[in-house]
Design a protein around this ligand. Structure first.
Ligand SMILES: Nc1ncnc2c1ncn2[C@@H]1O[C@H](COP(=O)(O)OP(=O)(O)O)[C@@H](O)[C@H]1O
Ligand SMILES: [Mg+2]
Length: 352
């Protein structure tokens, strides 16, 4: 897959921007706070429907403007794809696919596909399971929109079940347990399937990045051991007491093991950073294996944080992958064959 054109209107600090990346490595270079990450954020939004930095659409709209627009043109093996998001300051988002208004947010998925790696990804390794579930959800949704819809059904049912628990409305619990576990079992199947693929790939990828010095393993750790409905019923009394649902995919985790030891607990800062990078490259590679074409890779300010060996290993991984890299100093890209260089200063992007 290749992004041909990115157009922004009133997005963050851009009143208007048009950018045409090349199929290879694109570098956005500039001082801090000029708008480099904002471009990646817009592309990420066109891939996933979300920003990687905020859940609030309002923050994406230029101060004082009444809407923000992101329009991305891409080419996939099956032809051209075009997605457009309009985020109004008041009212609902408008989504257009190939110029046609879409009614469901999931219709965005699978047109422009991408993976973003940023320094904050360290939290994938260091923080609680919520970060890793978000990782799974976004990765699997881009591959299988049906998963995205199952998540929507699940979170709706979970909210309703928790409300019933809070009001002690036990009469309706049976029904919601059914809905919740049907969606939950479906989500678990997808997560199982995905993590197996991810694990197989991460061995290779991490071997490459670490120069075969380390082994990275990814394991799915579901909250439900056997059958969700049975376990929900068994937990009902506790759940009623605590007014919260204690079992289900909203409690799942992903274990990341470096040479057999949990990276979160035993990894050094450097090992954790490398594991986060490997995880993102594995996500990228699974998408390639599943769809037959590379998604776009976005690297936000990560080069300067990697040691020269890992930087070089990363760069050799980029062959054939359209990449958008932000940095303050293009010198940090030692060895990368730069296809197009853009200078970013004060919300102006100019060929460098
Ligand atoms: N909603 C907004 N409207 C206008 N400017 C914004 C908005 N959100 C962020 N900015 C500005 O964008 C700049 C940060 O852009 P960013 O892409 O994160 O910088 P960097 O080049 O360091 O990656 C800051 O100057 C910030 O004030
Ligand atoms: Mg930035």
């Amino acid at each position: 897959m290749q992004i041909d054109r990115i157009q922004l209107r009133n997005f963050r600090n851009y009143a208007a921007l048009e950018l045409c990346p090349c199929p290879g490595v694109n570098v956005l270079a500039g001082e801090n706070a000029q708008g480099k990450t904002n471009v990646l954020e817009a592309v990420y939004l066109s891939c996933t429907g979300r920003s990687h930095r905020t859940r609030q659409d309002k923050e994406l709209i230029s101060w004082g403007a009444d809407f923000a627009g992101v329009h991305v043109y891409a080419t996939r093996r099956d032809g051209s794809h075009e997605v457009e998001l309009i985020l109004p300051a008041a009212g609902k988002r408008i989504l257009k696919i190939a110029g046609q208004k879409a009614s469901r947010s999931g219709e965005l998925l699978g047109h422009v596909t991408g993976v973003l790696f940023s320094p904050e990804d360290l939290s994938l390794i260091k923080d609680g399971p919520g970060e890793r579930r978000r990782f799974l959800d976004i990765a699997v949704s881009q591959l299988r929109p049906a998963y995205y819809y199952a998540l929507q059904r699940y979170s709706r049912a979970l909210k309703q079940r928790n409300e019933l628990l809070r009001t002690q409305a036990t009469y309706a619990l049976d029904e919601f347990d059914q809905v919740l576990s049907a969606a939950g079992q479906e989500i678990m199947r997808y997560r199982n399937w995905y993590v197996e693929k991810l694990n197989a790939v991460s061995r290779q990828v991490h071997g490459h990045i670490s120069m075969s010095r380390e082994n990275l393993q990814v394991e799915y750790r579901p909250s439900v051991k056997e059958d969700m409905l049975t376990e929900l019923r068994a937990a009902r009394e506790t759940d009623l007491r605590r007014a919260t649902t204690s079992v289900g995919v909203h409690r799942d985790d992903l274990a990341l093991l470096i040479d057999g030891h949990e990276a979160r607990l035993f990894g050094s800062q450097g090992q954790q950073r490398t594991a986060a990078l490997s995880l993102r490259l594995s996500e990228l590679t699974v998408m390639k294996n599943e769809s037959g074409e590379w998604p776009v890779l976005m690297l936000d300010d990560v080069m300067s944080e990697l040691d020269p060996v890992r930087r070089r290993q990363l760069v050799t991984y980029l062959t054939g992958v359209q990449t958008l890299i932000t940095c303050t100093d293009p010198e940090d890209l030692a060895g990368a064959e730069i296809g197009r260089l853009f200078r970013v200063a004060g919300a102006q992007v100019t060929p460098g």
